[in-house]
Design a protein around this ligand. Structure first.
Ligand code: S3P
Length: 168
């Protein structure tokens, strides 16, 4: 079966669902944020502080370019759709899955995720987080070949739904 690439906002479950899909399909799983952290040898927060968002986005593009032909389950970072170049690259991938989630649920999940520091939202109010999220939605939707509504759903259910859609 072909690989899949998961897109969606922070807290959408891209990593959790990516691992589940890998388990179910036997394909390898790769997480772009982890690949980048390996390469930059520091946390994403620290990298943003030192070099800024634009430099991080360049790293993201490099990682995406390298992954184009790989047959893996890929969990992206939430900002992958921001650059036009990345959106063009996503168009070359056969299966791009947008994990779509209501803003309020995302904000709830992000507030409860104490393990990951996300520089773009760390000091933002719920309203400000919505201001980051809402303008991205058209980009996620336009980049996706499959849109999966995840609001109120358990990861197992989401993963089953995806596998049914891609025909596994
Ligand atoms: C970002 C999302 C993060 C990470 C970085 C920027 C974004 O990944 O790439 O903090 O701009 O949405 P997750 O979506 O895995 O949290």
């Amino acid at each position: 079966m072909n690989g899949m690439i998961l897109i969606g906002f922070m807290g959408a479950g891209k990593t959790t669902i990516g691992k589940k899909l890998a388990q179910a399909t036997g394909l390898d799983h790769v997480d772009f944020d982890l690949l980048i952290v390996d390469e930059i040898d520091m946390s994403i927060q620290e990298y943003f502080d030192r070099y800024g968002e634009e430099s991080f986005r360049k790293k993201e593009t490099l990682v995406l370019e390298r992954s184009l032909k790989s047959n893996r389950i890929i969990s992206t970072g939430g900002g992958i759709v921001l650059k036009e170049r990345n959106r063009q690259l996503l168009k070359q991938m056969p299966t791009v899955i947008y994990l779509k989630t209501d803003a309020d649920e995302l904000i709830f999940r992000l507030k409860n995720d104490k393990d990951t520091i996300r520089p773009l939202i760390v000091s933002k109010s719920p309203e400000e987080i919505k201001e980051v999220y809402l303008p991205r939605i058209p980009f996620y939707e336009a980049s996706a070949t499959i849109i999966i509504e995840t609001t109120g759903k358990h990861p197992d259910e989401i993963s089953r739904e995806i596998l049914a859609k891609v025909g596994e």
